[in-house]
Design a protein around this ligand. Sequence first.
Ligand code: TYM
Length: 332
Amino acid sequence: TPRVFSGIQPSGGLTLGNYLGAIKRFVDMQDQGIETVYCMVDLHAITVWQDPEALRRQTRELAAGYIASGLDPEKSILFNQSQISAHAELGWIFNCVARMGWMQRMTQWKDKAGKNSQNASLGLFAYPSLMAADILLYHATHVPVGEDQKQHVELTRDIAAKFNHDYGVDFFPMPEPVIEGAATRVMSLRDGSKKMSKSDPSDASRINMTDDADAIAQKIRKAKTDPEALPSEVDGLEGRPEARNLVNIYAALSGQSVDQVLAEVGGQQFSAFKPKLSDLAVEKLSPISGEMARLMQAPDEIDAILRKGADRARAIAQPIMDRTLEIVGMVR
Ligand code: TYM
């Protein structure tokens, strides 16, 4: 039976990239009636320094973002990772299965650790093996993510395969990354060659889910573009990363294909297209940010939802963890 698992780090505010690349698609999968498990991966967040109070707030804000975007705690299991110790436990076992060389090849590790990798935390290096534990602890079959996480899901498959092979079992399933839609890689508004990211020093480079209508409109107005009009066909976006990005965002927000969008706006100048895009973004995002702010008024209710979600998640995870320990040879 299919089971969906995905997670987001509570390491800062949510961006439009997180929303279009991940959360919006989490909601689609929930509404297809598949079993869905969505996590706030707080143990991942501390691979780089997090102020404790800020981490708690960001975890609640992420939960509020999930719920405000349409995830229903009755339909989906919503919880934060650290409430289930088996994530760390299985992560350790996978640290003993995965190879150093596999981790060294991860592009996110290379990007994040940079030249000063001797100073990166050991947790940052081992991060993909904890991510494999998140997914495999639920025997998840489908993992909706943005393009940047594809390599980590592939590594999860390698870890599952090596575990099954080394122990001579057919225990962990091979999860599939699900990377679909027009916005699998939302780019910076200031530089079409860089991913939109919560860690970019320039706030103008991203739309935050908590931005108000004025901020959204101003960021889109100032977004980098080229001087050409919009093309009527996809081929015309070749070599125009900023134009492509804005069209992709429009398509994802409006639920249309890129072809449909270009059929509508082809031939227009950015001076005409940008106001349309910002009206659409405000229309789709402001109800979400309003609801997030409302939910944040009652942090105790958010905590109660996460505790209940953790109880449901534990009921799936614990038997799988117990069986794993047995397979590995731990006295029970
Ligand atoms: P994170 O927290 O960096 O991002 C959360 C999700 O948002 C997607 N995303 C984007 N999609 C499109 N365009 C963008 N600019 C953009 N920025 C972020 C990411 O691809 C991701 O789907 N390692 C993961 C968290 C994680 C996880 C897991 C995911 C931990 N365990 C298990 C799936 C399954 C991460 O750092 O995502």
